[in-house]
Design a protein. Sequence first.
Length: 247
Amino acid sequence: MKSERKTSAGGFDRELVAQWSERLCSLGERWILPRDGAVVGEAELAGFADEMGNRRPVDRPLVARVWGVGAGAVPVGVRDDERLWWALHDETLSVDEVFAEAFLNRTLKARNSAGREEAWLLDCPVLSRRAGTIEVFTQSQLSALHAAWGLSLARGREDLRLACLHACAWFIENLQPDNATNHPWAAQVFVMKAATCTGADQQELRGSALMYAQTLLHNCRVHLGRPDRFSAAVLVDAGRALRAELA
């Protein structure tokens, strides 16, 4: 006989979230956190790169967040997922304009056969702007989903939290995690999506969300047999977000 899942008052599987929080943090911490009490600052942040020497615009806000240090001034003209990451350091930075219109306003009015208006939930991507190849598009959308989840916690925005959870279905249907560049963006959101699928009629979606998270986790370890430094930072931030759900 199957044991009942332990759910919180908010209706999610706490045991699953706890397992994944520990898993993500343990996989990432040894590769990204300072060792032996070493102090990190601007020099280390400015010089951060992965094992291949690659650097990305989101490196500074992400790694600064994981290290618990200041990220510095927000660059002029930041947009899309990069803007969302910087907003985690600057609470005055507006973000809603980068989201797809239907991401936060998910009710689409339509007329049924009787001529009456009905509200339909509209699945959609996170960002309004489509950028580059399918690989670039997938990564930017997943990066945005990851940062948006962090903002939902940091700014206490339940609307953003619900939008992120709802968007998981769109990602599962439209963007394969294999399209991304082997970074485990937003793994915590897919885990939380699975954890909130507690009904008997939601088990297929639960399984799909977990498979998405597992694939992200697998892909980031293929090249080196472990997460690269940048992926490790993504994992730690994701794991900490899940810990916050259990607080």
